[in-house]
Design a protein around this ligand. Structure first.
Ligand SMILES: NC(=O)c1ccc[n+]([C@@H]2O[C@H](COP(=O)([O-])OP(=O)(O)OC[C@H]3O[C@@H](n4cnc5c(N)ncnc54)[C@H](O)[C@@H]3O)[C@@H](O)[C@H]2O)c1
Length: 385
C-alpha cells in the first residue's frame, strides 16, 4: 500500500489534535487508509511538528506515532513527506506555510489562511506559482445539517431563495469565576484573535458554495466584554471584536444576515442555525438537524397583540431525514484532499477560496470601522483580485 507523509504543525492545539490528528488522520488509518481510483489505498504517515518536545512526545506516545520533531525545517527537508498541514494559531500560519511551499510540499491549512488579505493572496499566489496542490479547511459544509440544506437546494425545494438568516454563538465565560472554554488569544487582536477573522471565513465558503458569491458586506463588529482572564488566571484587556452583526449581499440577489457572538446565551436548538426562506419553502438548518416548511403547509398568522399566540409555530415544521450516514466532516475533507494530491481529484477549497474568507473578514471590519457598505471584489482561483 502507498504511504503519504504528512507534516502536521499545531497538533498540540484544540483543532490540530482532536479534529485533524485523532478524528481525521488516525481515523483514516484505522479504516485502512484513503480509497483511491482503481481500488488502490493510501495510508497516512503523520510527522508531528511543534514548539514543545514534551507535548509532542506525549501525543506521539499516546497514539504510537513514531515521527515527531521541533524542527520544522528538518521535517520539510525530508523528501518522504509530501503534504504540510497547519493548524497553528492564525498569526503563525503564513511564515510556516510559505516555508512549506518553498520546500515543494502540497499544503493544507486551517482557516483563516492569514491575518490580512494581502498575506492570504500572497500565499495563494505562491502556491500557484510553485505548482503545489493547496487547500483550506471548509468543515461547516460537511455538517449533516448543511448537507441536508444542500440536498434541499439541489432538489429545488426552495423555489427562488430570498434570504438567509444565520445565528451563531454562545456564552464564552470570562475566565474569572468559571474558566473560559476558548483560548485567550481569540480575544486579542495582536495575537490573531477576533470573531470576524474567525467566523467570516466560514460564512464566506458556506454562502458562496450554497447560495452565491458575496458581492457586498455591511457589518458592525464590537467588543462587548472588555476584560477577560487568561489560562494562567491573569486578567487581560480584550482588544478584538467578540461579536459581529453582518449583512452579506449575494450574487442573484439573496440577502444573508449572520450574527456571530461569543457574548450571547443560546435559545436555539443548536450553536449555529441558518434559516433559509424561498418562494416555495423555508428551512432551518443547524449542525445536525434540518427542518422544513413547504408553501402548502404554511400557516396564515394574523397580527393581533391583544390575543395569546394561536399557532404552535415551531411544531409546524417537518424534520428532514438523514437518508445517509454522515461521517466526521474534517475527515471527509482530508480524504478529498488526499485524493486531490495522489489522484488529482478535484478540490474546490483552495487557497484562493481561503483568501476570499480573509477578504470578507477584512472588508467586514472596514465596513464596521467606517460605518459603510463595502463591495467585495471577486478573487478567482487564478488568484486575480
Ligand atoms: N475549522 C474550524 O472550525 C476551526 C475552529 C477553531 C479554530 N480554528 C482555527 O484553527 C487554528 C488553531 O485554533 P485552536 O483553537 O486549535 O487554537 P489552540 O490555541 O488550541 O492551538 C494553537 C496551536 O498553535 C500553537 N501555537 C500557539 N502560538 C504559537 C506561535 N506563536 N507560534 C507557533 N505555534 C503556536 C499551539 O502550540 C497549538 O498547537 C486557528 O487558526 C483557528 O482559527 C478552526
Amino acid at each position: 500500500m502507498e504511504t503519504l507523509g504528512v507534516v502536521m504543525n499545531g497538533v498540540t492545539g484544540r483543532m490540530g489534535y482532536r479534529q485533524h490528528l485523532v478524528r481525521s488522520i488516525l481515523a483514516i488509518n484505522e479504516q485502512g487508509g484513503v480509497e483511491l481510483s482503481g481500488g488502490r489505498r493510501v495510508r497516512l504517515r503523520p510527522v508531528l511538528v511543534g514548539r514543545s518536545a514534551a507535548k509532542l512526545e506525549a501525543i506521539a506516545a499516546r497514539h504510537g506515532i513514531p515521527d515527531w520533531t521541533t524542527d520544522l525545517g528538518a521535517a520539510l527537508a525530508d523528501d518522504r513527506t509530501t503534504v504540510y498541514f497547519d493548524a497553528q494559531t492564525t498569526n503563525a500560519r503564513v511564515a510556516a506555510v510559505t516555508r512549506a511551499i518553498e520546500a515543494g510540499k502540497h499544503v493544507y491549512v486551517e482557516k483563516p489562511t492569514a491575518e490580512t488579505l494581502a498575506d492570504a493572496l500572497a500565499l495563494a499566489r505562491a502556491a500557484r506559482e510553485a505548482g503545489v496542490k493547496n487547500g483550506v479547511v471548509a468543515d461547516k459544509l460537511f455538517l449533516p445539517g448543511l448537507l441536508k440544506l444542500r440536498r434541499l437546494i439541489d432538489g429545488g425545494f426552495f423555489g427562488r431563495i430570498l434570504s438567509v438568516r444565520g445565528e451563531f454563538g454562545y456564552w464564552v465565560f470570562e475566565g474569572d469565576w468559571q474558566a473560559a472554554q476558548r483560548p485567550s488569544w481569540n480575544y486579542r487582536a495582536e495575537d490573531g484573535g477576533g470573531i470576524a477573522l474567525d467566523m467570516f471565513p466560514h460564512w464566506a465558503y458556506v454562502l458562496e458554495n450554497l447560495f452565491g458569491g458575496i458581492e457586498a458586506v455591511t457589518a458592525r463588529a464590537v467588543t462587548h466584554i472588555e476584560e477577560r482572564v487568561d489560562e494562567h488566571g491573569r486578567p487581560y484587556k480584550v482588544t478584538a471584536d467578540d461579536a459581529a452583526y453582518a449583512i452579506f449581499e449575494l450574487a442573484g440577489g439573496v440577502i444573508a444576515q449572520i450574527n456571530s457572538s461569543w457574548a450571547v446565551r443560546v435559545n436555539r436548538d443548536e450553536l449555529v442555525e441558518f434559516q433559509v426562506d424561498g418562494t416555495h419553502g423555508s428551512a432551518v438548518a443547524g449542525l445536525r438537524r434540518c427542518r422544513v416548511q413547504h408553501r402548502s403547509a404554511t400557516p396564515m398568522p394574523v397580527w393581533n397583540p391583544d390575543l395569546p399566540v394561536t399557532e404552535p409555530f415551531r411544531d409546524q415544521w417537518q424534520e428532514v431525514p438523514d437518508n445517509a450516514e454522515f461521517g466526521n466532516g474534517f475527515k471527509t475533507q482530508w480524504e478529498m484532499f488526499v485524493r486531490h494530491v495522489v489522484d488529482d481529484a478535484p478540490f474546490p477549497y483552495d487557497l484562493a477560496s481561503g483568501a476570499r474568507g480573509v477578504q470578507l473578514a477584512e472588508l467586514g471590519l472596514r465596513s464596521s470601522a467606517e460605518g459603510v457598505r463595502v463591495e467585495v471584489p471577486p478573487i478567482t482561483s487564478g488568484v486575480g483580485a
